[in-house]
Design a binder for this molecule. Structure first.
Ligand code: PEP
Ligand code: MG
Length: 756
């Protein structure tokens, strides 16, 4: 059965477009199960009906014509129940209804399964047979397994249709992802792709066919030369047979081979890189579906070769990157470094197929105030270039080629946002306090590109979190003590009039250093934060020494330790901190310089530490709650995984209850408490945090003005009251709804928009 399943899915992967996909499925299922008929009905949610979209065995004229309401017939029943129905004599079932166009009365045996993707019924797959019979158990499991596998394919096809139906005025469909940075934008998509990844090259047309042919010619020539060099280098080191591989590569590239086919596609008006992708994908699909494992492997050779030609083609284009006003950047994986290199002046939004709301790229977009959506894994990136888009960063959705009505609605929102930004800018000189004058420290999480002038202007009280791994990520190797001292000194001098919290290196999880790869099956539960630095005192001590040296002559410095799980780890951190401090103090004494012992705290992000807080608070000077990770570990949900994103919320009752406990325990221990996760940037959440007793909130600079306004419109007692009120609610949705309504009643609805 497994082999048959593999055949069907491979045949499907070769199909071009939705109709062909469906036709291939029904034909392959009939063949694999030796049944007379197989049909697929797809759900049309706008008209609440299932439509017969493909069939082998039923009247071909009925395809696209036969429609059954969501409550009609056996198909409707499968959709409603969301489970298979297996009947020996279908016509005897009370839900059976006769459809004259398809002549199915002669079929007796019936087995139907729903095709479900992310809780949504996309369609129904059925097989039928004339003879009354019981289908075998493994036929049923085959169909269920196939339906599960096909759901993702059909869902992708559903999204692809968005691109084909763009002209309809009633068309308002969208693709959903993870909201990463608030705001809305209307603009034109520009796909940015990494060098040497053939699969993310967008469909791009050209008028300059001659120019593109020339570019292809030069790229192919350069690749030929590269291969020759490689072959010469390998001579004598590998066998003749293995050297032959390079000849094979040369042949594939030759003008009679791949090169010729690519030229033909360019002549149809495509950009050289697009033409290369189209030709290569066709060949890759063919190779990958081959039975022979040796030939299947050859697909890798073709892909490698294509990436080499592509690298030659693209290197010329990337340097010329210029963006039109109102550009929406779309990329497979937007990184913080990519954003830093973009001419952001004309960028109105960012869309990344991979990533999460707490990735560094997301944090950077927030700091820049650019709306962003991450994790739209089902978005067909190759078809996005130049498409008109609306990006709704509040709800995490994009609308492709939106109709005028929708554009107008979003234009109103955009205008309101501009007005709000203008009004908020007038609050900048106001103190950071509640309506009744209670001081709340609003700090910023500093990241790449944080503009210190803007931070001062916004009235921030300090830097609550400086993530040291960001400069580490931009380098090609671990920075030396001197390099790090310079980086930290620059930071401290920019914010010399404020307290600054520097977090020690936090790599692992989703934060990787190219030059120190950590490969694990379960990286978020693995070697990260102080687990890495304690295992590498060499790295840790150099960083600590650099931080201490940088602090000479500056004010209040705090040190925060990420991912501490146990007291033993904390004690070991302290041992190394003392060692580094004593060493630096001694070295500086020689040149008559002194340093002050920094306050040391932990970033509380491992749930276990919450239940040992009494012991932790005896040892540290402050606690800073890292909600980004704390929520991930409490809810057992990967913060980057779109599939489970609904569970990742700071309004989950259990999360709020733990935050309350942390606040109470820190209060008892009389230890300063701060919050530095993204939760502190959400004006709705901030009402609860302040009500619980959190009086230091550290957030991205882009959110500071909104948070300041939210707290300034409520008295402390009102926020405490709100905390008491939400105790009555047992679900995340009810809590969010209550807070949203409370904000609206105060006329602050504009600060937050209803989430998805
Ligand atoms: C956190 O986990 O809340 C945090 C601030 O750290 P990071 O997002 O860098 O993991
Ligand atoms: Mg963290």
């Amino acid at each position: 059965m497994l082999e048959q399943l593999r055949r069907v899915t491979q045949a499907v992967s070769l199909a071009d477009g939705q109709q062909q996909t469906l036709d291939v499925i029904v034909a392959e299922v009939c063949h694999a199960l030796e049944v007379e008929t197989c049909s697929i009905f797809l759900a049309d949610y706008q008209l609440s009906q299932f439509v017969l979209m493909a069939s082998k065995g039923l009247n071909p004229d009925s395809i696209g014509q036969v429609k059954l309401g969501f409550n009609e017939g056996l198909i409707g029943l499968i959709g409603q129940r969301e489970e298979p129905i297996h009947l020996q004599q279908a016509s005897e079932h009370p839900s059976f209804c006769v459809i004259p166009e398809i002549n199915e009365e002669k079929f007796n045996a019936f087995l139907g399964v729903p095709v479900i993707h992310r809780r949504k019924v996309l369609g129904v797959l059925i097989i039928q047979q004339t003879q009354p019979r019981q289908f075998e158990l493994d036929e049923e499991t085959f169909l269920i397994t196939l339906a599960a596998q096909l759901s993702a394919v059909l869902s992708n096809n559903e999204i692809n249709q968005l691109f084909d139906n763009q002209t309809s005025e009633s068309f308002t469909r969208n693709i959903r992802g993870i909201p990463a940075s608030d705001g809305v934008a209307i603009g034109s998509a520009r796909v940015i792709f990494p060098l040497a990844s053939i699969h993310s090259i967008p469909d791009r047309k050209t008028d300059d066919i001659k120019g593109e042919l020339k570019k292809l010619g030069s790229a192919v020539k350069a690749t030929h030369r590269q291969l020759e060099k490689m072959s010469r280098r390998m001579e004598g080191r590998v066998s003749e047979q293995e050297l032959f591989l390079f000849d094979a590569y040369q042949q594939i590239l030759s003008s009679q081979g791949l090169g010729h086919e690519v030229e033909e596609v360019i002549k149809q008006g495509f950009w050289a890189a697009t033409a290369l992708r189209k030709v290569v994908q066709k060949h890759l699909n063919a190779f990958k579906s081959m039975e022979d494992p040796y030939l299947r492997e050859r697909a890798n050779d073709i892909e490698d070769l294509a990436n080499r030609v592509l690298a030659q083609l693209i290197s010329a284009n990337q340097s010329q990157l210029s963006l039109e006003p109102n550009t929406i950047i779309v990329a497979e994986s937007v990184t913080a470094a990519m954003i830093a290199e973009l001419p952001m002046k004309n960028v109105v939004a960012i869309v990344s197929l991979k990533g999460s709301s707490t990735s560094h790229a997301a944090i950077l977009t927030k700091a820049l105030g650019v709306p962003a959506i991450m994790g739209l894994e089902t978005c067909p990136i190759t078809r996005m270039d130049n498409k008109q888009l609306i990006v709704d960063g509040y709800n995490g959705q994009i609308f492709i080629s939106p109709n005028h009505t929708l554009q107008n609605q979003y234009q109103v929102l955009l205008d309101e946002e501009r007005q709000l930004a203008f009004e908020l800018s007038r609050d900048e000189c106001l103190p950071n306090e509640t309506k009744d004058g209670q001081k709340i420290k609003l700090m910023i999480n500093s990241s790449l590109g944080t503009d210190s002038q803007r931070v001062h202007q916004a009235g921030a009280d300090g830097v609550g979190l400086y993530r040291t791994e960001i400069p580490f990520m931009q380098l090609q190797q671990f920075p030396s003590e001197a390099q790090q001292t310079k980086i930290y000194r620059e930071l401290l001098s920019q914010f010399s009039d404020m307290p600054v919290t520097i977090r020690t290196l936090d790599v692992g999880g989703d934060k990787q250093l190219e030059y120190f790869p950590i490969v694990e099956d379960n990286p978020f539960l693995g070697w990260r934060g102080v687990r890495v630095t304690l295992d590498h005192p060499d790295i840790f001590l150099v960083q600590l020494r650099a931080i201490f040296k940088a602090s000479v002559g500056f004010g209040e410095l705090k040190l925060a330790l990420p991912m501490v799980s146990t007291l033993e780890e904390l004690d070991e951190c302290f041992r190394l901190i003392h060692q580094a401090f004593d060493e630096v103090e001694e070295e500086l004494a020689v040149i008559n310089q002194t340093i002050v012992k920094p306050k040391v705290g932990i970033i509380l992000e491992v749930p276990a530490t919450v239940f040992q807080l009494k012991s932790f608070t005896k040892r540290v000077d402050f606690i800073s709650v890292g909600t980004n990770d704390l929520i991930q570990y409490m809810m057992a949900v990967d913060r980057n995984n779109l599939q489970v994103k609904n569970l990742y919320s700071h309004f989950q009752p259990a999360v709020l209850s733990v935050l309350r406990k942390i606040s109470q325990d820190c209060e008892k221990a009389r230890i300063p408490l701060q919050i530095c996760g993204e939760m502190a940037a959400d004006p709705l959440a901030v009402l609860l945090l302040v009500g619980m007793g959190y009086s230091e909130l550290s957030m991205n600079i882009g959110s500071l003005a909104k948070v300041k306004r939210a707290i300034s419109r409520f008295e402390l007692s009102e926020m405490q009251q709100l905390v008491a009120e939400i105790e009555a609610f047992e679900t995340e949705a009810k809590i969010k709804d209550h807070l949203f309504k409370t904000m609206e009643k105060r006329g602050l609805g504009g600060l937050v928009r209803a989430g998805n």
